[in-house]
Design a protein around this ligand. Sequence first.
Ligand code: PLP
Length: 454
Amino acid sequence: SKVTNHISNSLAHADISSVLHPYTDARAHERQGPVVIDHGKGIYVYDDKGNEYIEGLAGLWSVAIGFNEPRLVKTAAEQMAKLPYYHTFSHKSHEPSIRLAEKLVEMTPPSLNHVFFTSSGSEANDTMVKMVWYMNNALGRPNKKKFLARNKAYHGITVASGSLTGLPNNHRDFDLPAIPVRHLTCPHFYRFAEEGETEVEFAARLVAEAEAAILEEGPETIAAFIGEPLMAAGGVMAPPEGYWQGIEALCRKYDILLVADEVICGFGRLGTTFGCEYFGFTPDIMITSKQLTSSYMPLAAIVFSDDVYNAIADNTAKIGTFGHGFTASGHPVATAVGLENLKIIEERELVANAAKVGRFFQARLRELADHPLVGEVRGIGLIAAVEMVADKQTKRPFAQPGKIGATAFSATQEHGLIVRAIGDSIALCPPLIIDEVQVDELVNRLKKALDDVA
Ligand code: PLP
């Protein structure tokens, strides 16, 4: 056996010998073994050794309502008992998917009126790409197929969504990008603004860069621009003021669809229901997942405009079908859980909580800006990142990127806090139910970890 002696627990053995873990160095995992999470309560999870952790990333940026909500358990059990599965192919439907689609149309901007369900954000983005291509073929413009995205974007890992993602580890050795996509500059002021540039100037430069790219490729070849309102998994980076207005105007000018990937921002993360609401723009297509069900069930939804719908619908009439869909599209248990989860978010006013507690969270985290290791503290509402640098004055990163991030990640875990290390940034995204006392505890644990590392 390759398993080292200190891993005595049989679950850990079985994990090492049988599971290939996502986003994990498999050989390192064989040596160190898994942290086996056993159960959860509120913002906390507990491992099989009884250690308690604040889930500072809400699982994967997704468990809005906490880790033991009995109403979702009841909803899932009741739906399982009544109709555990049915599909939505060939004119079939069922009440949970209809009710959730209706709810999403009601919650999203007035111009978004139609829904397609998948099980993951990646499938949703692959579906979106295919919908856009299908639409442009239907409209007699087969050359309008390219996408604009950004460096450091995260849109998933399937063949099309992984191509839209702008992170090297998602491309390297996977032969991606595999669809026509052009990645533009990441709109992160701290890292990518030029010397002496203001935020407004930075935004204007990035919009000009996007326009130059559109003109160089030819507007008749560009189908869509996709962006996370606030870029999350690439390092929690809000765009500069005016950026989204500039991008939205370009999309209108050149007849390019604007796709908001709200998989993390959606359902309250920034203190508004959607990220596009926070930044004041209106997409043609919105991608949602994660907090849609608080990840109690796998589910994603693409919500889109009448124009997109009508172009696709007309083509289905010509061909006789929309040749796309998943066995689990609109899964009854997942959609029932999604609807109940959205009701809970509304009843408990968790979007307002994210705004209010979010202000406190951001203020407490900004106190860490004085820490010798910290270059930038950034974020909005209940999402943030703390970036560690070798030199605070010059913003110079560490020579070996990711090393101190990994050390800090381990230190936070030892202090009972689960975060995500993105390079040398520590990302935080706690459940939307967090209160101010718990924020204090989270920041205290983080500070202890930073002190250990410094
Ligand atoms: N889009 C965004 C903005 C995401 O953050 C993610 C996942 O983190 C995805 C898409 C992909 O979702 P999934 O992991 O469910 O495929």
